[in-house]
Design a protein around this ligand. Structure first.
Ligand SMILES: [Zn+2]
Length: 257
């Protein structure tokens, strides 16, 4: 075994993923080659540091479900196995394919975690804005149940025009609107009354298709929907099913005007 071959095998060997003759060969090489042995010890040291210093958080069940769904998608998208090839080619391409699969897996899991974190942060930020607005005198900047008053007021202060509609006939009376900063962006907030509850709906242009998610943060429900080219995020202390149905209804194309 030469140093080049040993170099590619050091990380999987350190992870205990290599057996049989290859294991025997690399062990023999590491005993006789100081350079590769040093590389091997670097890998072990890095792994120990990651274990000791990395930040861990307990993954919630919904993240696990999402990762499983993504993995199932990735598996479905993997092309069928190629027809049998001579052994030497199988040997060479096997390593490359395993490397690709590991990269894809890392990317899939990594982006699921990033998405989940972003969603968590957005929900927490929305709840903070909502509670601050309800507790202060800053709930409404333009007080009107008339969508023809609220919409122009918001549009004049933003670089987009949020769809606005009073839904009093369905129990959700438009009280007015205000401007907020959500996710580092100026956004329109529509304020509705539902029985004794206040509902804030943050409306902003859709950048990527927002997942229709529902979650609870500090006792508040957050429901999200996509539609009419907008990302709709509603926060309130009403029940999850009511809020979810309401935000879906708002986001539906026939509602926008
Ligand atoms: Zn070597």
């Amino acid at each position: 075994m030469n140093c080049h071959r040993a170099g590619t095998l050091v990380p999987p060997y350190a992870d205990g993923e290599i057996g049989g003759f290859r294991r025997y060969s690399i062990e023999r090489h590491l005993r006789s080659c100081a350079t590769c042995a040093a590389k091997y010890h670097d890998v072990l040291a890095l792994r120990a540091r990651l274990r000791a210093e990395a930040t861990y958080f307990k993954a919630p069940p919904e993240l696990l479900t999402r990762v499983r769904a993504l993995l199932a998608d990735a598996q479905a998208a993997t092309p069928a196995r190629p027809s049998p090839q001579p052994d030497r080619w199988r040997w060479l391409t096997g390593g490359a394919l395993a490397g690709c699969a590991a990269t894809v897996l890392a990317w899939v899991v990594g982006s699921a975690v990033v998405d989940w974190r972003a969603n968590q942060d957005l929900a927490a930020e929305a709840v903070a804005i909502h509670t601050r607005a309800v507790l202060s005198d800053h709930l409404i900047e333009v007080a009107s149940s008339d969508q023809h008053t609220v919409k122009p007021w918001l549009s004049a202060r933003l670089d987009y025009s949020p769809p606005v509609r009073d839904m009093a006939n369905e129990g959700f009376a438009l009280s007015g609107g205000r401007l907020d900063t959500l996710d580092k962006q100026r956004v329109a907030t529509l304020v509705y009354r539902y029985r004794q509850h206040t509902i804030d709906v943050f409306v902003r242009p859709e950048s990527t298709r927002a997942p229709s998610t529902l979650r609870t943060v500090r006792g508040f429900t957050i429901a999200r929907a996509s539609g009419s080219g907008m990302d709709w995020l509603a926060v309130s202390d009403v029940s999850a099913d009511v809020l979810s149905a309401f935000v879906q209804r708002l986001a539906r194309a026939d509602v926008s005007q």
